[in-house]
Design a protein around this ligand. Structure first.
Ligand SMILES: *Cc1c(COP(=O)(O)O)cnc(C)c1O
Length: 524
């Protein structure tokens, strides 16, 4: 069996129930090796003419033989469907990950994004032929500005973290233009998402942490003490990563501006306040909006994503190209740093951003309307509070006082003395059919378990989830430690060394040492 790279077959030793599958399959789910291990090197799934060997018109470039497995159509189909069954998906069940938001990608959005006029666009097409797409971007920009109460938006950043980079580059350009380039410090609360300090460091800033109060908010006194003539910006998430609204947000913004710094708001949690709070009213200067969190576009396994950044009047002149302008010929994209675009700090990416995500986010906004989006926020908060209320007697909420926003945060105090850790508990959830919640984040809460149901979960689904967690909690307190330490027992793969996988990923397949590398398809 293949031993390099990830194991592709489940352990067969310890399946719960006392007996193990002989083949690694289980309950109509088949174990599935990598496509390279399936063999088929001397087969091909399609009949193609042998390629012409004459490469004169390609300046002598000839094609090397590629060692690719050749599977038939049904074999290929089954391979990928089986792989997909080894994975979990938002279309299967509740995905309680906190700080990640959307658990549903409406089919209407997919239908709109697949319309040929959007899906088949080429970014170098003449603008006279892309007026519909530009109009959609213009409407999306309009609603992002309206919902946030901000005057400008840069659509091109491709993720939340990329939006943070865009916002901080605007801030840096604005300070430099004002002769304030010596400001080199960015203040970040201890509960911040890791992308915040990472972005600030990437831009060349020094990061200083702001302390947190016992009830999970920014410590105003500490902020005030650290604000000074060297501070370029603060980065604050609101609602914050503890799932709490920053009560003093207006004061935070006032103090920041009084010190000559800008207020970058991490808008990843906008879902909890959309339609109810306009960040512009709170004094925010720049904020990214993860379209995959607030506006239902898919979390694309790392991409393609979209993280537009809304900007205040002060930062708008520094926004990156391109942006839309409307003229006598219709809509056009400003691409060059000339005229009114002269202060743009540059650009974030080639072309205009992720069109497919723009279409989906716009479809989502239009299908909800302004009142529907407000209800999204209300229902997301209601669902999180329902979970908090239903679990608070068996688990320990990190901030028991008062309601939470869109996420219910628990610590591991309730597991003390049981021998079960947050990690063990999360793994045992897999055996109950539930994807674990976010663990050990935010870092300021010991053994954190961050649960974000979002607005799309029904009462029935929330009840099933809470019942499963209550049953597991009771089991942990009864001392059935083995059930947790060995979990998951029922997943296709058992407990993985995630640290090793992250630190030393094996991304390339190589034949096992000593075996013959597969022969390339022989050209007939
Ligand atoms: C998700 C998230 C980010 C990063 O956004 P990406 O789109 O994943 O790059 C930043 N901050 C917070 C609070 C988040 O939840």
């Amino acid at each position: 069996m293949q031993t390099i790279g990830r194991p592709t077959r489940p352990d067969s030793d310890a399946a719960a129930g006392g007996f193990a599958s002989l083949t690694g399959g289980r309950g109509l789910v088949q174990s599935e090796p990598l496509i390279f291990e399936l063999g088929g090197w001397n087969k091909t799934g399609v009949d193609l003419e042998p390629p012409a060997q004459d490469a004169a018109d390609l300046d002598g470039l000839t094609r090397d033989e590629l060692a690719l497995p050749g599977l038939s159509e049904p074999e290929t189909m089954r391979h990928y469907v089986r792989l997909s069954q080894l994975n979990h998906a938002i279309d299967l069940a509740l995905y309680p990950l906190g700080s990640c938001t959307m658990k549903h990608n409406p089919r209407l959005n997919e239908k709109a994004a697949r319309m040929a006029g959007f899906a088949d666009l080429h970014p170098l097409q003449p603008v006279s032929t892309t007026q519909g797409a530009l109009a959609l971007m213009d409407r999306l920009a309009h609603w992002l500005k309206t919902l946030t109460g901000m005057p400008a938006v840069a659509l091109s950043p491709k993720a939340g973290a990329h939006g943070e980079l865009c916002g901080l580059l605007c801030i840096k350009a604005a300070h430099e233009a004002a002769g304030q380039g010596h400001r080199k410090v960015v203040l970040v609360p201890t509960s911040a998402h890791g992308t915040n300090p990472a972005t600030a460091a990437f831009v060349g800033y020094t990061v200083t942490e702001i302390a947190q109060t016992a009830d999970g908010r920014v410590d105003l006194a500490d902020l005030e003490a650290k604000l000074g003539p060297d501070v370029a910006a603060i980065m604050v998430t609101n609602p914050n990563t503890c799932g709490l609204f920053e009560r003093d947000i207006v004061e935070i913004s006032r103090l920041t501006h009084a010190a000559g710094a800008y207020f970058y708001c991490d808008g990843a949690n906008f879902n909890a306040i959309v339609g109810r709070v306009k960040p512009g009213d709170l004094g925010v200067d720049a904020m990214h909006i993860n379209l995959h969190k607030t506006f239902s576009t898919p979390h694309g396994g790392g991409g393609p994503g979209a993280g537009p950044v809304v900007l205040s009047q002060a930062l708008a002149p520094f926004a990156p190209a391109p942006w839309l302008v409307s003229g006598p010929e219709g809509l056009a994209l400003v691409e060059e740093a000339r005229g009114e675009a002269a202060q743009a700090f540059g650009r974030m990416c080639a072309f205009q951003g992720q069109m497919g995500m723009f279409v989906r986010a716009y479809a989502y906004m239009r299908s909800h309307g302004a009142d529907g989006l407000r209800q999204v926020a209300e229902d997301a908060v209601l669902n999180a509070n329902y979970i908090k209320a239903r679990l608070s007697d068996v688990m320990s909420p990190a901030f028991p006082e008062g309601p939470c926003m869109h996420e219910a945060l628990f610590d591991d105090a309730w597991l003390e003395g049981t021998g079960v850790t947050t990690l063990d508990f999360a793994k045992a959830m897999i055996d109950e059919g539930f994807h674990p919640m976010t663990m050990y984040f935010p870092l300021v809460v010991h053994g954190a378990m961050l649960i974000e149901p979002t607005e799309t979960e029904s009462r029935r689904e929330l009840d099933r989830f809470c019942e499963a967690l209550r049953a597991l909690a009771a089991t942990a307190k009864l001392g059935e430690v083995e059930r947790f330490k060995g979990a998951p027992f029922l997943a296709p793969l058992r407990r993985l060394d995630e640290t090793l996988a992250a630190r030393k990923p094996k991304l390339a397949w190589r034949p096992e040492p000593g075996t013959v590398a597969p022969a390339p398809l022989a050209a007939e």
